[in-house]
Design a protein around this ligand. Structure first.
Ligand code: GTP
Ligand code: SPV
Ligand code: MN
Length: 608
């Protein structure tokens, strides 16, 4: 191999700490050559990936890739947080001693990139100049060109982000491994996705997909970030972030919030006002998956999206459900589609819900595994064409309603924090919570039906505190205390709310049309914050009075279902209180304020 130092020098990489880190791992993984990547290399790297067949063309300026069929989602049970302090063990963080995990990962990675290029990706998970910039820089090493191209879309990439940082960067090592021989999902599973949080080192082995492989996003942006936030006084959450401007009053409100994976963050963040409200409200997109939150000098709560792109669920994305997403992946955007269906003759892509009907002419169509659809056995005729966790990757700037100040390092003031999940009953469309401890309690008891973004468990209801469960890096009780501390320091408090777009009727249909219509309850929440709406008190928060919700333009069926959508099922709630007690009791040393909030809600429910 060429002298690695010379390669790094030529690329303008002057940080000595980065030099020694790259040198060490290049030697250890046995990579054949080293290449430093910057965003400006995108066009050339795309051509190389097309030439090698690692990408396929999907029309003008769009690309398609297929991952190994056993490598299509985050593998939560293989994901570990390691530190040297056993007190960092929580209920959900899958803690292991770093002294055990580091040698194991080193062994797995030894010579595992032989014959391959090791790409060096210096990246920043924040707008440059952010007060949290110091925690946002990293250098990912990867042996996979598709991962490089995805990282260029999802993070700010270039040597300028790390040259002046000394040792303040996350070391993020990704080695794909021999995907066909890793025993995925068997007792001999060789995949390990480890964040050594107290050393700010990420070691991921055995996947080239999504959060397993793009280490800026989930591993750094959420798991490492939340650990750093705990130690340094800020919050890092799996939250979307949007702004709503009332054109009549000129006021702008920013709302962030967490729904578990595949529960609607991207769709909500990219939403447009429903047609009937378009003349009055304008919605701006900031981020769809991660928010970092901090209290500013002025006592206000601020938030920013550390990402540079969107890695969105393809399923059901269409002109009606999410028109801005469709516009953000049109020809010329550089979008990459992964694991959707692909037509090798026309270079079109398709996924379930893209159009009402599957393409009628099967000629050229391959499913997400690359198998010819026209050749399917009759018993497989109904199998999905796209994988349910298939995704599109596109940069924020491609989203038509991206906020004009999305790169402002100052971030935006946060007025509201919402939690939501997929729950078919009990949870009303929206219930607002003004008390901070009760809001935090609500986040801690967030539950959802599991989804395709995480392996296994489909359909089972599980608790997912603040929607951070798969990314939790430190113990839950400390996490709750940290939330109370950070929000407690804000002198202007945000309002909290719990939302649910997924209530179903006895016939199984959704009772609320969702998507763009979801703006209505959010507008109500901001009116409540402002004193323009009063709502109705219930034991579990304030729900909108029917005439306070902006109803114009909703169809007959939705109006007929509205009572059900806004009502509180007290019997189901009393039962839920018992489940919550068991859930919270797992967390040793949970702050008293959280238990008190729980008791207040429980008591209010016995008294109705
Ligand atoms: P991750 O990227 O995995 O974190 O997912 P996410 O939370 O961003 O979820 P996303 O917005 O991609 O939505 C996941 C699925 O939920 C998609 O299939 C959407 O079409 C569907 N969905 C989103 N919003 C709504 C809604 O308001 N109502 C209904 N019925 N479905 C929705
Ligand atoms: C999620 O699963 O919550 C995602 C996608 O945002 S991934 O990056 O693959 O984790
Ligand atoms: Mn996510």
């Amino acid at each position: 191999m060429r002298d690695v130092n010379a390669v790094l020098d030529e690329a303008g990489l002057t940080n000595d700490h980065v030099h020694s880190y790259v040198l060490m791992w290049a030697a250890h993984t046995g990579a054949e050559r080293v290449e430093v990547v910057s965003a400006a290399d995108d066009a050339r790297l795309i051509q190389e990936a097309l030439a090698s067949g690692e990408l396929l063309p999907a029309g003008e300026g769009r690309y398609y890739s297929r991952s190994y069929f056993k490598d299509t989602a985050r593998a939560e049970e293989r994901t570990i947080v390691a530190t040297s302090d056993p007190r960092d063990k929580g209920v959900y963080n899958n803690w292991r001693p770093s002294a055990e995990m580091k040698p194991l990962l080193r062994d797995l990675m030894a010579s595992a990139s032989a014959g391959k290029t090791m790409y060096v990706i210096p990246y920043l998970m924040s707008p440059p100049g952010s007060p949290l910039e110091r925690f946002a820089a990293g250098v990912q090493l990867t042996d996979n060109i598709n991962v490089v191209l995805q990282m260029i879309r999802m993070a700010r990439v270039g040597v300028e982000y790390i040259n002046d940082l000394g040792n303040d960067f996350v070391r993020a090592v990704h080695v794909t491994g021999d995907l066909e021989n890793l025993g995925q999902g068997t007792p001999e599973d060789k995949r390990y996705f480890v964040t050594v949080a107290d050393e700010r080192t990420i070691l991921h082995f055995g996947s080239s997909y999504g959060g397993n492989a793009l280490l800026g996003k989930i591993a750094h942006g959420l798991r490492q970030g939340s650990y750093d936030g705990w130690r340094n006084g800020f919050l890092v959450e799996q939250f979307m972030l949007l702004g709503i401007t009332d054109k009549q009053t000129g006021k702008k409100y920013n709302i962030c919030g967490g729904f578990p994976s595949a529960s609607g963050k991207t769709n909500l963040a990219m939403t447009l006002a429903p047609d009937a409200l378009e003349s009055r409200y304008y919605v701006e997109f900031y981020g769809d998956d991660i928010a970092w939150l901090w209290v500013g000098q002025d006592g206000k709560l601020y938030g920013m999206n550390p990402e540079f792109g969107v890695f969105g669920v393809a399923k059901d994305t269409n002109e009606k459900t999410n028109p801005t997403a469709i516009d953000s992946i049109i020809p010329g955007t550089g979008a990459i589609f992964t694991n959707v269906a692909y037509n090798e003759k026309t270079q079109e892509v398709w996924w379930e819900g893209r159009t009402d009907e599957r393409p009628a002419d099967l000629d050229g169509w391959l499913d997400w595994k690359g198998e010819r659809i026209a050749d399917r056995a009759p018993e497989n005729a109904d199998d999905p064409w796209a994988h349910p966790n298939s995704r599109f990757t596109t940069t924020l700037a491609n989203v038509p309603n991206v906020a004009s100040d999305f790169e402002d390092p100052a971030g935006v003031e946060i007025h509201g924090i919402i939690f939501g999940g997929r729950t078919r009953d009990r949870e009303p469309l929206i219930r607002a919570i003004k008390d901070v401890a009760e809001g935090v309690y609500d986040g801690l008891t967030l539950g959802a039906e599991a989804t395709a973004a995480a392996d296994g468990l489909e359909g089972v209801l599980r608790y997912d505190p603040m929607s951070l469960r798969p990314f939790m890096s430190y113990p839950e009780a400390a996490y709750a205390a940290h939330w109370l501390d950070v929000i407690g320091r804000a002198t202007t408090k945000p309002i909290f709310a719990h939302v649910n777009w997924f209530q179903r009727g006895e016939d199984g249909r959704f009772l609320w049309p969702g998507y763009r219509e979801n703006l209505r309850p959010l507008v109500w929440l901001m009116q409540l914050l402002n004193g323009e709406a009063k709502g109705e008190e219930t034991p579990v928060g304030i729900v909108p009075a029917k005439d306070e919700l902006l109803l114009e333009g909703l169809d007959e069926q939705t109006l007929a279902d509205l009572d059900a959508v806004l009502s509180i099922d007290v019997a189901r709630w009393r039962q839920e209180i018992g489940f919550r007690e068991t859930h919270l009791a797992q967390f040793d040393g949970l702050p008293e304020a959280i238990w008190e909030a729980h008791q207040r809600v429980a008591l209010a429910l016995t008294n109705v």
